[in-house]
Ligand binder design. Sequence first.
Ligand SMILES: [Zn+2]
Ligand SMILES: [Zn+2]
Length: 324
Amino acid sequence: MPRRKTKNRTGLQRIEGVPFHDAWIAFVCLKCSELNLINVGTQLLDPQTAFQTASWPCRKCGYKHCRSTDLPFPNWPREFTEHTSVRAERFWLGFFRIATEHPESYWKQCNTCGRILPFHAFSKHSGWGPLQRQMECRSCKGAINAVLNPRRTKQQLHEASVRRRIADMLLEGENRDISPEDLFVRFGGRCFKTKKPLNINDRKSWAIDHILPSKYLYPLTVENAALLSAEANNNKRDRWPSEFYTNNELIELSKITGADLTLLASRSPVVNPNIDVNACVSRFLKVRERSNLPKRLRELKELLEEYSLVGRLSPHNKRMLGFD
Ligand SMILES: [Zn+2]
Ligand SMILES: [Zn+2]
């Protein structure tokens, strides 16, 4: 299967040829205040060497930033500006340190908006170039994530977390242990969404996707587990599979796991039709939790009503929960 282009996933075209692992030096011209940027590739400079050997001309006025140049400040006395003076030497030492001392001193180019920006404009990405930062700046990242991850309101997030918590309590004991080794074999060691190879020993880098979400009362089982990178799983969250996976991915997923394709492909979420509601309620009431019982019962009743499960309660449970 051909890999999908990045463009399709994020909706943003990358600028070709941007050396996004490279570090840039940024300095403000002492004479004319122009911001100057120099690409230094993937090797960071040593401040002492830069002080000894560098000669950085300003692109606007040509003034050479170099320890053998006099300082161009008209109001400073000669004994401060003459390059042979100790004061000027110390000035140059500090000047080159500021620009080269730490990875944080450097700038880099965003391959999405093309701007060259300070270190802190990029989020961390281990192992990427000497600065270990991502290839797009945080503003572009914001735009990209907004597409993948539509913003939910605080209220929606709260309701979703209540729902998930209750659903998890109802499912207690039905979830199966998933063997990471078997999961990696089934999915060829790759994130099912991005196809990125994953390292089984780096537990933070991958996650088990609950394909049919627990929110709709599906327990975690072998048929209901997919291997995703942590990032992809964070985008999926508790969305219904057809809201996250493409049609081809749904077909492949059903082949790998043996899950019911009709269910996976359903346009809207379907509450687990096989769930034993009464067993769930018994389990729910057995869970020892310090939170107050009336509130928990109210939340449970709301969920049962919203999922149209009241009709499947035993007469005893119906009465107990006050549905009569
Ligand atoms: Zn200048
Ligand atoms: Zn950008």
